[in-house]
Design a protein around this ligand. Structure first.
Ligand code: UGA
Length: 344
């Protein structure tokens, strides 16, 4: 199988590539990205073909490779909430417009697309567990610009689904729920305060800056270790007996639900126990901050977000394995290892 991954140097793209190259000897990956810093040894693997390029510029290369490959994974997107508020137009241009063009090329060349939807499409849904084919998708008013990401992704889901039901596209939409792990976000994005919460908190601990709990940190997320997520994705790509054809599948770990405040406490404890930091003179304080101060007026939070994974269990015969504390430990240790010599 030939797989085209756009955004192959991203968090999901590089982990998936590494796993495919290690476990699937008959599969070849064609990847494009702006950079290579996460790709490591994959770059020298003969079954990995890489172009350093831009989805907005290298259009001929993309069209040629969509034609050439069997499956297309368009993983290029802005996925950090701070940027939804700061630059909603950039989110729309990249996350929607660029991606809808790729989807249309998959329609044109009859190629299967495995597309990243997001837990964010459920928005402020109040159901105890979000179900792919039943739950309401709830967003806030237009002046809360945070929802542009959710809306872009939702509209793409609807466009892809409509092509699918009209027989013009074979697709699988997967919805990651707060995947975490090595190389989620960089220290540099955390310095600017625009990382996702787990990297942001680990980086604050490393920089000995305060950990900010937005609105007291009572919001809950189900943090899912990336290796579990990637295992599900590989099964989606395998697509045995066409089981994932035109399906939407949540990929998350409901057992790992915790509040942002609990998350801060776990990470601080793990940092204080870490061999290189157990003798530090002082540690980050955990402070409350208002959402307006942290993100600006265009932000609105999501208080609970728990996936139903019945569909993933049934279709993929998959079950997440890695618990919350273990996920955090693996993520923290790898971040500290990779930033051991970083200038802070
Ligand atoms: C994320 C992003 O939208 C996407 O990466 C993705 O599609 C989706 O969720 C997902 O991975 O499932 P969110 O969970 O809100 O959204 O993003 P984080 O930035 O990781 O924030 C989680 C929570 O921590 C939020 O309630 C936020 O207010 C809080 N937070 C964040 C803090 O309390 N302090 C911080 O310093 C940063």
């Amino acid at each position: 199988m030939k797989i085209l991954i756009l955004g192959v140097n991203g968090f999901i793209g590089h982990h998936l590539t590494k796993r495919i190259l290690a476990e699937k000897s008959g599969w070849t990956v064609y990847g494009m990205d702006l950079g290579t810093e996460r790709l490591g040894e994959s770059l020298t693997n003969p079954r990995f073909n890489f172009l350093e390029g831009d989805i907005a510029i290298n259009k001929e290369w993309i069209e040629y490779h969509i034609k050439k490959c069997d499956v297309v994974m368009p993983l290029v997107a802005i996925a950090t909430p701070k940027l939804y508020v700061e630059d909603p137009i950039a989110v729309y241009n990249l996350d929607f417009e660029m991606n809808v063009n790729i989807v249309k090329l998959c329609v044109k060349y009859h190629k299967r697309v495995v597309f990243p939807s997001t837990s964010e499409v459920y928005g402020a849904c109040t159901e105890p567990e979000f179900k792919e084919d039943e739950s309401f998708l709830v967003t806030g008013p237009i002046n809360k610009e945070r929802w542009i990401y959710s809306c872009c992704k939702q509209l793409l889901d609807r466009v892809i689904y409509a092509y699918g039901t009209r027989g013009q596209l074979e697709f699988t939409l997967f919805r990651p729920f707060n995947w975490v792990g090595p190389r989620l976000d960089s220290l540099n994005t955390a310095k600017e305060g625009s990382s996702r919460v787990v990297t942001q908190f680990i980086a604050e601990l490393l920089m000995n800056r305060p950990i900010n709990l937005v609105d007291g940190g009572r919001q809950k997320r189900c943090f899912t270790y990336v290796d579990d997520g990637i295992a599900a994705l590989v099964r989606i790509l395998e697509n045995k007996n066409d089981i994932c054809k035109n399906q939407i599948i949540n990929i998350g770990n409901p057992a790992n639900e915790c509040s942002v405040k609990e998350l801060a406490e776990i990470l601080k404890k793990l940092f204080q126990e870490h061999p290189e930091h157990k003798n530090d003179k002082s540690y980050s304080e955990i402070l409350d901050i208002s959402a307006d101060t942290y993100y600006g007026k265009g932000y609105q939070d999501i208080y609970t977000r728990k996936p139903s994974i019945e569909k993933a269990r049934k279709l993929l015969n998959w079950e997440p394995q890695i618990g919350l504390e273990e996920s955090m430990k693996l993520t923290l240790n790898s971040f500290l290892e990779e930033n051991r010599n970083a200038v802070i």
